[in-house]
Structures are given as structure tokens and as C-alpha cells.
Design a protein around this ligand. Structure first.
Ligand code: FAD
Ligand code: FMN
Length: 588
């Protein structure tokens, strides 16, 4: 690292710390960036790397590595972590290959899922097995009840801070090296360049994303209201290649009214353009105008981080208010933090207004705000039927009495002909290996999306007299749950599929009709048993609660028909999952 010589430009440091993250919805990357700024305060030199860009030699040779990794599905890692996962768990790794490496892991997951933080747990065991030394206990962040941020802070407070300070003493180093990942901006008259190179992983992903024009956008519910709306979007791109049951990730944008408000409060000229000066990869393309940066890249409406609270507290003169923010950021203030941010969902803009912050600079905003993350949607169309079009069904998400979720409010501004950006990715749904197997589709609300795609797939082959090529040659039935008749999405289309024989059965449960009925009440255990006996496949899409209720049904089925001990039913269900006879897509 070239430290140790003495000159006027020397600084004290504790050395390099490599921070790796693997993410789908952005929580791990948010915490990785937050961690970088926290350890920078402890005089480390952080380097943040997405796990899709890991370099095996660099990773093994580094003395101190930190991992922020989330779990998806049955203990799986995220898509960006798959190559690393394969490399790490390959039999080619030697027992002591990682000797000399110290590591810490913060595993993200949700106790709503069965395999809580399992990828982080597996990673922890594997690194130890390969000779690396765990210097802090595994941290776990529970997204259920929005506890991730508090869990993270507890981990930092109880495990990390002291260990890092004790085990990594300060030494002298050339000053330039501490600027390793500090970002500066320079005002410029140069035109915007949204295709600039040397971008970091997330910015590159944005640039590489696909553009779609909106062919159609409409409300699907008959009596929509705030928070009770499902939009249908038909997205067109003549060059796309997707598979039925893929996901699409869409980049939302901030609203012009929020941008104007922020610029007025902070006295920014939104048309001003700037360049980023950094010795790391660029966090977003530039030169760029303040408007474009705030519109497309800066997440200033999401969960307020404790790092943001600390930074804002430095910009307040009134001691009482300063202390209030510092308390919210502290370990002791975690309940209040939970209340104001995780529950009431105040955002950075609210804080800037409330605390009359005037000195927040653009440079600081770039440092403390994460990049806008794409939102995932399960594609509701078959690629056979609509090769150049992607359909999605987007339910509106309400944050609090005044705000909708970011993509929910973004979608409200869109109209036919507008262009949006996104990328495609496989989902947990797979087409059957055995095309003769019967399929049983169960979904609620917008969870109809991937089920509709599968129905369309079968319909395509039936319509085109190519049934022998169809992946769904067995019977296909759909059980659907929604609140009322007015929320029976694609009612006419589904009835049409029933009439034409594409669907062999269609049953609908209305949970707000008198008498109310839930979709799980439609499912009889003998019917389920018969289905699995015929190697049938069960596709479920919707909430985790729906998944749990169906699991209870399947457990009852095993107890009744196979006399399975209750404590063994989980194992049986897992076997069905591993055999791809139960395929689920939950969004929470
Ligand atoms: C694999 C997958 C497939 C999906 N498919 C579909 C689909 O087909 N249809 C569909 O409707 N949805 C789907 N979803 C959900 C969808 O991606 C979005 O999560 C949902 O639409 C809400 O997005 P939003 O941008 O409106 O809300 P967001 O802005 O993302 O807000 C939602 C989350 O962020 C938190 N949050 C946001 N702002 C704040 C704040 N200021 N303070 C505290 N917390 C905050 C909220 O608490 C909440 O947890 C899917 C999700 C996944 C993971
Ligand atoms: C489709 C889906 C599947 C998930 N599966 C699991 C799981 O099996 N185990 C778990 O602990 N958490 C699971 N989670 C929760 C995520 O790991 C958690 O929300 C995490 O904070 C996401 O981090 P990320 O934003 O960095 O991807 C799942 C979340 C989603 C949306």
C-alpha cells in the first residue's frame, strides 16, 4: 500500500477493507455503502465490489473482507452472486486456500421465509472451512417487520466497531490513499453523457438495461382507489428475448414535483451539469445535469439511513434538534427510529423540510443517498404468444397517508408511447420437465401474473395446432383468490380460456363477499394428493401467507393419506420443492 514514508501529506489509517455485496432489491448494496462510510470514519480505506465482479485472486489475497449477502428461495444466493457461489463451493477449492483472510458477514433475509439467511450461513461455514478467520459473529438482518436496519446497527454496535478498532491499529499512510473512494464533483458546461464508461456495477447495469415503449397502460380493477389499484402495462421492444415465467426489473424515477421541491429547498439549479471526480469507478454516468441525476439515479425517497441522520445532524445549528437526529441514529433510539422511518416512512425530503436543512450539498447527497434500485415484476405474458411484448400487473403500494411507493407513483405518470428502462431475469417459476404432467395454478391478486403467462403458453400451442410441443400437455386448472367480483382480474379472458378448453377448471374465491371465502378453502386434500400422485406440478404466486396456508394443506394431506408424522411433513414438502413439483413466487 506504499505507507510508512513520512511526508507532509501523510495520514493515519487502519488499512484496506474490501466490502462485497450480492443483492436483488438493493438492501445489501445500501448497507454495503453505509458500512463503507462507517469504516471510513474509523480510518479504513473501503473498496466496494458487487459479487458478480469479484476477482478470485484479489479476494483470496485480501486480509480483510466483509460480505453483505441476501438469501432468495431455498437458501439460494442472488443472481449476481451465482458465479461466486459456484466458485466458492467448487470442489477445486483447497482446505487452507483462504488462510490469512479475516472476514465478517452480514446476512440479509426474512424470518417470513423458511430458510432464514441461509446463504449467509452457508457462506460463513464455507469461508471458515477454507481456512479464513471469522472476526465477528455472523450478523443477520430480518426484513420481516422492516428490522434490517436496526439489526445491522446492533451488529455494528455489538460486534464490529470494537473488533475493528482493536484488531486493526492505526498506521501512517500517504494521504491520497484515504481519498480512495471519496467522490468530488466539478461543475461543467459539457453536455450530458449518459453512456460514459468506467461505471460501477450498478450504473453499468442501468446503462446495459433495455428500453421498452409503453404499448398500453390501463387499470385492471373495476373500482380502483388509492392503494387498491392494479395497473396493466404492455411493454414493447422488438429485439427482446425472454422466456415465459421470467421477471422484469424496472427502473422507477423520482417525480418532477419532488425534484423541484428538493432543488428549491437546497437552492440547486436543476439544469446545472456536473462531472464526478473519483479514483474509483463512476457511480453513475456523467457529465449529467442535477435534474437527470435526481430523476434517474438518486434514491432520496426511500428508507432514511442512520448515516443520513448523522450527516444531517451536522447541518443543524439548534442543539436540541441536532440531538434529536443523533438520538434517532443511535442504538438507544432504535424504537423511535423504527416508528418514524420504518413505520411512518418519513423520507429525506421530509427531514430537509422539517429541520430546515439548507447546507446539504450535492456532493453530500451523492455520498449518502443510494442509487435507485429497479423493482421486480413477474411477467404476465407468454413469450410464444407475445414475443416482442411483455405484460406486467403492478399493484399499487402505499407508503403512508401522503406517499405511494416509488414505482407505484412513477407508473401513475406513464402513458402510451413513453419509454421505460429495465432488464429481464429468470424467476423461481420453471416450465415443467415432464410436459405431460398436470398443472395446478394457485394465486391471489396480482399473483395471477405468472399464472396468466403459463395459461397463455398452453393456449398458444393449442391455438396453433402444435400441442405436441406444448410444455403443458396435462390438464391445467386455476384457483384464484381476490377480494370482490370487481377485483377479479382478467375475468373475461380467463372465462374464455375455460370455454376454449385451455383451462380445464377455473375456481375463484372472494374474500370480501358474503359469505367470504379464501382460495385455500377451495383446495381439497384428496384432490392435492391425486395431483401429486400424477407427478402434477403446483404453481403458487402471491403473498407468503398464501404459501404458508397451502403448506399447511399439503402437510395435512401427508398426515391423512400417508400417515406421515407431523414433524416429517416439512421434509416431504421440501422433497416436492426439490423435485420442482411445488414452484412458488412470493414477493415479500
Ligand atoms: C421477484 C419479485 C416479483 C414481483 N412481482 C410483482 C408483480 O408482478 N406485481 C406487483 O405488483 N409487485 C411485484 N413485486 C413487488 C414489486 O417489486 C414492488 O416491491 C412493489 O410494487 C412496491 O414497489 P414501489 O416502488 O411502489 O414501493 P417502494 O418504494 O419500493 O416501497 C416498498 C418498500 O420499501 C420501503 N420503503 C420505501 N420508502 C420508504 C421510506 N421512505 N421509509 C421506509 N421504508 C420505505 C417500504 O416499507 C416497502 O418495504 C415483485 C417483487 C419481487 C421481489
Ligand atoms: C422472492 C423472495 C424470496 C426470498 N427468499 C428468502 C429466503 O428463502 N430466506 C430468507 O431468509 N429471506 C428471503 N427473502 C428475503 C430477502 O432476503 C430480504 O428481503 C433481503 O433484505 C433482500 O436483500 P436485497 O435487497 O439485498 O436483495 C426473500 C425475498 C424475496 C422478495
Amino acid at each position: 500500500m506504499g505507507c510508512g514514508t513520512s511526508s507532509a501529506s501523510q495520514l493515519e489509517t487502519r488499512g484496506l477493507i474490501y466490502i462485497y455485496y450480492g443483492t436483488t432489491t438493493g438492501n445489501s448494496s445500501r448497507l454495503a455503502f453505509q458500512f463503507a462510510s462507517e469504516v471510513r470514519n474509523l480510518k479504513f480505506i473501503p473498496k466496494i465490489i458487487n459479487l458478480s465482479e469479484y476477482n478470485p485472486k484479489e479476494l483470496i489475497s485480501q486480509k480483510l473482507n466483509v460480505f453483505f449477502v441476501s438469501t432468495y428461495g431455498m437458501g439460494s444466493c442472488t443472481a449476481d452472486t451465482e458465479n461466486f457461489d459456484q466458485w466458492l463451493f467448487s470442489e477445486e477449492r483447497n482446505k487452507n486456500e483462504f488462510q490469512g483472510m479475516n472476514y465478517m458477514i452480514f446476512a440479509l433475509g426474512s424470518t417470513n421465509h423458511e430458510h432464514y439467511c441461509e446463504f449467509g450461513i452457508r457462506l460463513d461455514k464455507r469461508l471458515e472451512q477454507l481456512g479464513a478467520k471469522r472476526i465477528c459473529n455472523l450478523g443477520k438482518g430480518d426484513a420481516a417487520n422492516d428490522q434490517t436496519e436496526n439489526d445491522y446497527q446492533q451488529w455494528i454496535h455489538n460486534e464490529v466497531q470494537q473488533t475493528l478498532q482493536l484488531q486493526y491499529p492505526l498506521y501512517t499512510c500517504e494521504q491520497g490513499q484515504l481519498d480512495f473512494s471519496i467522490i468530488k464533483i466539478k461543475i461543467t458546461k459539457e453536455p450530458e453523457n449518459l453512456l460514459s464508461d468506467n461505471l460501477d456495477f450498478m450504473a453499468q447495469k442501468y446503462i446495459n438495461s433495455i428500453t421498452f415503449s409503453i404499448n398500453e397502460i390501463k387499470e385492471l380493477k373495476l373500482q380502483p382507489s388509492r392503494g387498491n389499484s392494479t395497473l396493466f402495462l404492455d411493454l414493447f421492444n422488438q429485439n427482446i428475448k425472454y422466456k415465459t415465467a421470467y421477471n422484469i426489473a424496472i427502473y422507477p424515477q423520482n417525480s418532477d414535483s419532488d425534484i423541484d421541491e428538493l432543488c428549491t429547498l437546497l437552492k440547486f439549479d436543476k439544469n446545472m451539469r456536473f462531472k464526478i471526480i473519483t479514483n474509483q469507478k463512476q457511480p453513475f454516468p456523467n457529465p449529467i445535469s442535477i435534474y437527470t441525476y435526481l430523476k434517474k439515479f438518486c434514491d432520496f425517497s426511500g428508507l432514511v439511513s442512520k448515516k443520513q441522520l448523522i450527516e444531517l445532524s451536522n447541518m443543524i445549528n439548534q442543539k436540541e434538534l441536532q440531538d434529536e437526529l443523533l438520538h434517532l441514529a443511535s442504538f438507544e433510539g432504535r424504537d423511535q427510529y423504527q416508528n418514524r422511518f420504518q413505520n411512518s416512512k418519513e423520507n429525506l425530503l421530509n427531514l430537509i423540510k422539517k429541520y430546515q436543512i439548507k447546507t446539504l450539498t450535492l456532493e453530500k447527497i451523492i455520498e449518502i443517498c443510494p442509487q435507485i434500485q429497479p423493482r421486480y415484476f413477474t411477467i404476465a405474458s407468454s413469450n410464444q404468444k407475445h414475443p416482442q411484448n411483455i405484460h406486467i400487473m403492478a399493484s399499487q403500494f402505499v407508503l403512508n397517508h401522503e406517499r405511494l411507493g416509488l414505482s407505484s407513483s412513477y407508473f401513475r405518470t406513464l402513458k402510451k408511447g413513453d419509454i421505460i428502462r429495465g432488464y429481464l431475469q429468470p424467476s423461481k417459476f420453471k416450465l415443467p420437465k415432464n410436459s405431460k404432467a398436470p398443472t395446478f395454478l394457485i394465486g391471489i391478486g396480482a399473483g395471477l401474473a405468472p399464472l396468466r403467462a403459463l395459461i397463455q403458453e398452453r393456449d398458444y400451442y393449442l391455438e396453433n395446432n402444435q400441442f405436441e410441443k406444448c410444455p403443458f400437455q396435462g390438464e391445467m386448472k386455476l384457483y384464484y383468490g381476490c377480494k370482490t367480483e370487481a377485483e377479479f382480474l382478467f375475468k373475461d379472458e380467463l372465462k374464455e380460456y375455460l370455454n376454449s378448453g385451455t383451462l380445464s377448471e377455473l375456481q375463484v374465491a372472494f374474500s370480501r363477499k358474503d359469505p367470504k371465502q379464501y382460495v385455500t378453502e377451495l383446495i381439497a386434500i384428496d384432490q392435492l394428493y391425486q395431483h401429486f400422485q400424477m407427478d402434477g406440478i403446483l404453481y403458487i404466486c402471491g403473498s407468503i401467507e398464501l404459501g404458508r396456508d397451502i403448506q399447511v394443506k399439503i402437510a395435512d394431506m401427508f398426515e391423512y393419506f400417508e400417515n406421515t408424522d407431523p414433524y416429517l411433513t416439512d421434509q416431504k414438502i421440501r422433497e416436492l420443492e426439490e423435485n420442482s413439483q411445488i414452484l412458488t413466487e412470493y414477493w415479500g
